[in-house]
Design a protein around this ligand. Structure first.
Ligand SMILES: [Zn+2]
Length: 352
């Protein structure tokens, strides 16, 4: 799980709000007017049970539309914590579970995700949003690219958008800025699907990642790097690779991190990256301290820092804040650390 800098979302708040706010408020107002017209078009004497039920439905539906209209800023650009508060208020102000099923089609129309993902309807749509947000790699798994490709004439490709809070259950969150997480198809559709999560149970990528709090480890406890059997490495990696808990008391999201590891099947799926792990392991073993020194000398100062040499060796980034720039960057760094390569790089560059 790789954190997304919240500034990336913040930069889009104004545009998102300006595009949707009036549009949605107007539609909610229309819905209320339609409701009132219909209500007043007939003689309504509340003298039977069914009349009474109809009256309750009318009051709740109208109340729901008003509530959404009143909270439109929070809904559209509220941070994940604010969205959770809106959900709480909504469920506690009106019998949400009762009325939502009845008015879901109307809410889907007002908060139209279908229109948002169309290429030809709105200037501000899923493509322009993803392009501006610029998330290159799935934050949930760090395995698949999620960049967007558009040019002047064509919207070519974009990542799928996960609704952190399920839009099936909360249709009014279908267009909420912080509820739209660019992610890969596997994480979004195959694994998460309609699973209902929130910020108490799972990590929202704007709130935190676990770049350094959980680390991939594949060497059996108590075993040395050189002690790993050279034969049967595939089975060895599959048997032993997992995300090890390195959290301390200063990290407040352990439960949520565990939630993501479990939901996105990170331990299970990463075992299938055994060829990459074996390759990384071999690279780390071959580039011992003296080789690194020789490499540095023979290239006559081509590398000025351990980061530069690391990038060259692993085609990846060393700094956890850059993990979102390429796939498998977290796995690579963790393996480089576990096998001692990072330590050698450090020593080498401090000695030179
Ligand atoms: Zn993913």
């Amino acid at each position: 799980m790789i954190r997304i800098d919240s500034l990336k979302y913040q930069a889009l708040e104004k545009q998102h709000l300006e595009f949707f706010k009036q549009r949605i408020v107007d539609q909610l107002k229309n819905k209320i007017n339609d409701l009132l017209d219909h209500w007043h078009s007939e003689d309504r004497t509340i003298n039977t049970y069914s009349n009474l039920l109809e009256h309750i439905n009318f009051v709740h539906t109208k109340g729901t539309y008003s509530f959404l209209s009143k909270n439109i800023d929070k809904i559209l650009i509220g941070k994940p914590e604010t969205i959770k508060d809106v959900i709480f208020d909504f469920e506690n102000t009106y019998p949400f579970h009762r009325i939502i099923e009845t008015i879901k089609p109307q809410l889907n129309e007002v908060f139209s995700y279908t229109n948002f993902i169309r290429k030809d309807l709105w200037q501000w749509n899923a493509y322009t949003f993803c392009e501006k947000l610029d998330i290159r790699v799935c934050p949930y798994c760090n395995r698949n690219f999620t960049f967007t490709v558009v040019n002047e004439n064509e919207l070519i490709t974009r990542p799928t958008l996960d609704h952190f809070y399920d839009k099936g259950k909360y249709p009014f969150l279908a267009l909420s800025l912080y509820n739209l997480i660019p992610s890969c198809y596997t994480c979004n559709s195959t694994l998460k699907g309609k699973t209902h999560i929130d910020i108490n149970s799972h990590l929202h990528p704007v709130i935190s990642g676990f770049e350094t709090e959980f680390k991939f480890r594949f060497i059996k406890e108590g075993e040395l790097v050189d002690g790993i059997p050279k034969n049967g490495l595939e089975k060895y990696v599959k048997d032993n690779l997992f995300l090890e808990d390195h959290t301390d008391v200063s990290y407040p999201y352990s439960r949520q991190a565990e939630g993501n590891i479990s939901l996105f099947k990170l331990n299970e799926i990463y075992k299938e990256h055994y060829p990459e792990v074996i390759q990384l392991y071999n690279t780390c073993r071959h580039y011992n301290k003296s080789i690194l020194k020789g490499l540095y000398k023979s290239l006559d100062g081509l590398y000025n820092s351990k980061e530069e040499l690391y990038v060259q060796l692993f085609q990846s980034h060393l700094d956890p804040k850059d993990f979102g720039k390429t796939v498998l960057s977290k796995l690579k760094r963790d393996i480089a650390e576990e096998t001692g390569l990072l330590e050698n790089l450090r020593k080498f560059f401090s000695e030179k």
